[in-house]
Design a protein around this ligand. Structure first.
Ligand code: 9PG
Length: 593
């Protein structure tokens, strides 16, 4: 199995709004003219360095530039590790010709925008991975890693499919630099993230991903030095209805528990977007809440969805020009809606607006907001729904890619919060934030149940993104290679309670063990009143295993997943601290791949 560079492709839109697809055969010298664009490449066995220039006398919007490889000597079945786009996107193996991209069934760009770099549907039969992938086949050749060497300038999508230009006889892999319609003015030039290819005798998928993550992390100044995190989070017991009473009653019991962090989740804020004011369920202000937590000897943590604004929030009403715009065929169609969540209210049936993170005033606002909440006493921030600026729309600076828009928002928050704050990304396009966050959620939400039924699917194709503990389990295993190489992994909360739950004792233990073996953050999210000595003993075990695994991860020998490429999702995770294999049956991963 081998990759051979075949051609380059680009998708652009000109000033009249006409979309152009151009293809160019690779020749020598390696400067390929694609209509008004020119792509310059330096190819080698280990990948490609490349850049794109606008050689025309007009501005262009560049959607994507792709280097297309032919996959030769591949014996079916060909498998691909589908790394998802953001925290909640399912990540597991899939088989070409058998599995399908979720967008094929969905055709709901609103959700596709959340779970893929390019919110449009995939080609029929095409499987895609984001930022990095591994391919293997039934033959004896070693697995191949194909990825990008970074993700801060643009996203990178790897697309595996059959070639339309060869009557479906050839398998091709596109390494696509996704610029998301970023504008290039005449004469401008953009360096692209290099394409990386690795294939070595005796190296399996996990070996390749570990080495890739270590390199990308060190090149990107990854923040990987924070201490092992143990904490409590209000979400998975109280959800939106959380009250100050709930926070204080759990805080009163927390002395019996080994929490360093005590984090207030969604539900305290006056409105989505108005983070500095509490609502009527919270008589205290932010400083008062932080004081109470700090007084108990713990680090106060706070949840924010910093790039969203409810239509009726102060921020949206006072600054309508801070909201990105929705466009239909180049015509303005109102404020850009980037999420929908009816419990948040907001005045437009639960639709939320997306802040324009390329607008200098929004960047100032985010910087001041972060400084203010840290000043109020919260040095630990969970930054959620942060995919928002990646959604297609009209932004103040049209030259910025979706990746740059996401990163600009995080950079503003880091500036305001300061170097010492602990920033946890959630719902975050993972590739875009290396070096800015200390930790990232790497899987979907847990829930007090193990698996969902296909009839629970809200959007066709995307069941795997919905809250379920087995969904979090899959990503905790398949993304274990990221931990302490790119950031600290947050697998999501352990589920300790024995009442108010549909998890069996065995399922809850399997999940808790996975969190421990992963070496990632250990967060509890139960009403502490519901927990007994057994729950405490299980948490102690998780923390002991976790510390052991995390210590090894610090020296580059973290948890690894030997069955990463399995279609049904990986089932085994091993680390210095122990191992976990599911016995509870996982058959869900491919529901959404
Ligand atoms: C607060 C929650 C918690 C949780 C986050 C995030 O796809 N969805 O509809 C979807 C909704 C909510 C969600 C994840 C996905 O949860 O992961 O820990 O903070 O927000 O609202």
């Amino acid at each position: 199995m081998q990759l051979i560079a075949l051609r380059v492709e680009a998708e652009t839109t000109d000033e009249s709004g006409t979309r152009l697809w151009n293809q160019g055969v690779l020749g020598s010298p390696l400067a390929v003219a694609l209509g008004p664009l020119e792509v310059t490449l330096a190819l080698s066995e280990s990948g490609a360095q490349w850049s794109v220039a606008n050689h025309s006398d007009r501005s262009l919007r560049v959607r994507s530039v792709a280097l297309v490889y032919r996959l030769v000597e591949a014996a079916a079945p060909v498998r691909i590790f589908c790394n998802g786009y953001q925290s909640w996107s399912p990540s597991a193996g899939a088989v070409l010709g058998v599995d399908t991209d979720p967008s094929e069934r969905a055709n709901l760009p609103f959700l596709q925008a959340v779970h893929h770099a390019d919110q449009r549907q995939a080609r029929p039969g095409e499987l895609r991975a984001e930022w990095v992938t591994v391919l293997d086949d039934a033959g004896s050749a070693p697995a191949v890693l194909l990825g990008f060497d970074g993700g801060d300038r643009h996203d990178g999508t790897l697309r595996l499919g059959v070639d339309e230009l060869s009557d479906g006889r050839e398998i091709v892999v596109r390494a696509e630099a996704f610029l998301g319609d970023a504008e290039m003015s005449p004469g401008t030039h953009r360096p692209l993230h290099s394409v990386v290819i690795e294939q070595h005798e005796g190296k399996d998928a996990s070996d390749l991903l570990e080495a890739w993550a270590a390199k990308v992390g060190s090149d990107g100044g990854a923040r990987v030095g924070s201490q092992f995190q143990v904490g409590w989070c209000s979400w998975y017991q109280y959800f939106h209805a959380v009250t100050e009473g709930d926070i204080r009653s759990n805080l009163a019991r927390a002395d019996e528990w080994p929490f360093d962090v005590f984090q207030i989740d969604d539900g305290y804020q006056a409105a989505i977007g108005d983070w500095q004011e509490t609502n009527t369920r919270f008589p205290s202000d932010l400083a008062g809440l932080a004081d109470a937590i700090r007084g108990s000897g713990r680090t106060p943590g706070l949840w924010l969805a910093p790039f969203l604004a409810a239509p009726d929030s102060e921020v949206a009403r006072n600054h309508p020009d801070w909201i990105a715009r929705h466009q239909v065929d180049g015509v303005d169609a109102g404020p850009l809606r980037t999420w929908w969540n009816p419990p948040w209210g907001g005045g437009e049936d639960g639709f939320m607006y997306g802040l324009d993170t390329t607008h200098p005033e929004v960047q100032d606002h985010l910087e001041h907001l972060a400084a203010a909440v840290v000043d109020a006493g919260f040095p630990y921030l969970k930054l959620d729904f942060t995919f928002s600026p990646s959604v297609d729309g009209a932004y103040a600076d049209p030259s910025r890619t979706p990746a740059e828009r996401v990163r600009a928002g995080f950079a503003a928050i880091r500036r305001g919060a300061g170097e010492d704050a602990f920033l946890l990304g959630c719902g975050v396009p993972l590739a875009n934030v290396v070096g800015l966050v200390d930790a990232n959620r790497i899987g979907p939400d847990v829930a007090p149940l193990w698996d969902l039924d296909p009839s629970d699917e809200v959007v066709p194709g995307y069941l795997g993104t919905q809250p379920a503990t087995s969904h979090a389990f899959t990503n905790t295993l398949s993304r274990s290679f990221m931990h302490r190489r790119l950031w600290l992994n947050d697998p999501d909360c352990v589920m300790l309670r024995a009442e108010d739950t549909a998890l069996s004792t065995e399922q809850a233990r399997t999940w808790a063990r996975a969190v421990g073996v992963s070496g990632g953050m250990v967060l509890v999210s139960d009403d502490l009143d519901l927990l007994d000595g057994e729950a405490k003993a299980l948490l102690d075990e998780v923390i002991a295993t976790g510390r052991g695994s995390d210590d090894s991860a610090r020296s580059g020998r973290g948890a690894r997943c030997p069955d990463l490429m399995e279609r049904a999702g990986p089932q085994t995770l091993e680390s210095a601290g122990g191992s976990v294999t599911t016995t509870t049956g996982i058959d869900h991963a491919l529901k959404s791949l």
